[in-house]
Design a protein around this ligand. Structure first.
Ligand code: GCU
Length: 347
């Protein structure tokens, strides 16, 4: 079965179960025994979360722990089941499924949300964040992102809960190390499917090929693309190092993932469960950020041991190539205000 067919049938299966139970996701919360027919206890609900990473990835680990803590904090009323490896579909599908309520939660990259509201592109600009630390200060600060994160509620039934870092992204290729934008000329580099992601890689000198994350390994292996761009953790967990051994530290973007949830579901939580959800989410992104540094170091070691070659690049040449994108993508007052907030939080 192809991954797409499998995703479709898993979702169909989930919907059938939901119909049978007359309530989506009804069942024992993760890590907690079922109430066993008690009529007094509130129905235990397990939220389904779609993720495109493996079970070794820090996002899977932190989200699984989120589910366990949430179940404990709500006495088993609410839990989370994380479906890794695009089992429920690639991120573009997950976005739709969360909107229509067939999946409760998903991790999606900033590029996906740009399609629904251009203001999200501000945080996908190559030079907006200078480190994971300053990024995390901004993207989980309700004073800065409160309105942005609610902006998809009436149009798409999606609420953004908060951000997970993707760490710093660099280019990796199969043919040899990259030092300057000129080295990328004529090379087909996979990008996430968004106009800004395409413009970014083209500004860096390459020819951009958008495709879903789960298709990158095969595309590299078959030579459909010459390289991709991502962080060290995904480079290793997706095994891309096996088919693109030159990792050139362009450090062109501190990438950002978001946890999104169906707005109706979030709005339907009791005040007590909502407070537990928010509290445990705050602990989750903090744990994820901590894990990130350690897992990045481990990924580099593992990649080098497997024969990958890391090299520094002409950083100034890439910075200059990327600089014009900022002015091109900051059009409205809202976008400019988000950008300013990000810059001043970084000071
Ligand atoms: C990172 C990110 C994912 C994203 C992926 C990609 O791994 O965490 O959310 O889908 O990059 O390049 O598609």
């Amino acid at each position: 079965m192809s991954p797409k067919t499998m995703a479709a049938s898993v979702v169909a299966g989930l919907s059938a179960l939901a119909l049978a139970a007359c309530s989506a996701g009804t069942g024992p919360a993760t890590g907690v025994a079922n109430g066993g027919g008690s009529t007094q206890a509130a129905a235990a609900k397990t939220l389904r979360l779609s993720l495109n990473q493996t079970e070794q990835h820090p996002s899977f680990i932190a989200l699984k722990n989120f589910g366990e803590r949430l179940a404990k904090a709500t006495n088993g009323r609410l839990g989370i089941q994380v479906y890794p490896n695009e089992t429920l579909g690639a991120q573009a599908e997950a976005l739709q499924l969360v909107g229509d309520g067939s999946v409760d939660l998903a991790i999606v990259s900033g590029s996906q949300l740009e399609k629904l509201n251009q203001d999200f592109s501000v945080f996908n600009l190559p030079l907006v964040f200078d480190s994971v630390e300053s990024q995390m200060k901004v993207v989980n600060n309700a004073d800065i992102v409160g309105d942005l994160y609610k902006s998809l509620e009436s149009s798409n039934q999606i609420t953004v809960v908060g951000g997970f870092t993707q760490g710093t992204r660099s280019v990796y290729t199969s043919k040899g190390p990259v030092n300057t934008p000129a080295d990328l000329k004529g090379q087909k580099i996979r990008v996430q499917d968004s106009p800004l992601a395409i413009a970014m890689v083209e500004a860096m000198g390459a020819s951009a090929t958008p495709m879903a994350f789960g298709e990158v390994y095969t595309a590299l292996q078959s030579g459909v693309i010459d390289g991709a761009e991502n962080n060290e953790v995904s480079y290793v967990t997706q095994k891309h190092l096996e088919v693109a051994k030159f990792f050139s530290r362009t450090n062109h973007l501190v990438g950002l993932d978001y946890l999104i949830i169906n707005s109706g579901l979030l709005g339907g939580l009791s005040a007590e469960d909502r407070a537990a959800f928010d509290k445990e989410w705050a602990a989750t992104f903090a744990e994820h950020t901590q894990l990130w540094t350690a897992e990045t170091d481990k990924a580099v070691q593992a990649a080098e041991a497997a024969g990958a070659k890391f090299n520094e690049v002409d950083a100034e040449a890439f910075r200059k190539a990327l600089e014009p994108l900022t002015a091109q993508y900051l059009k409205t007052d809202t976008q400019k205000a988000l950008y300013e907030a990000a810059q001043s939080a970084a000071q």
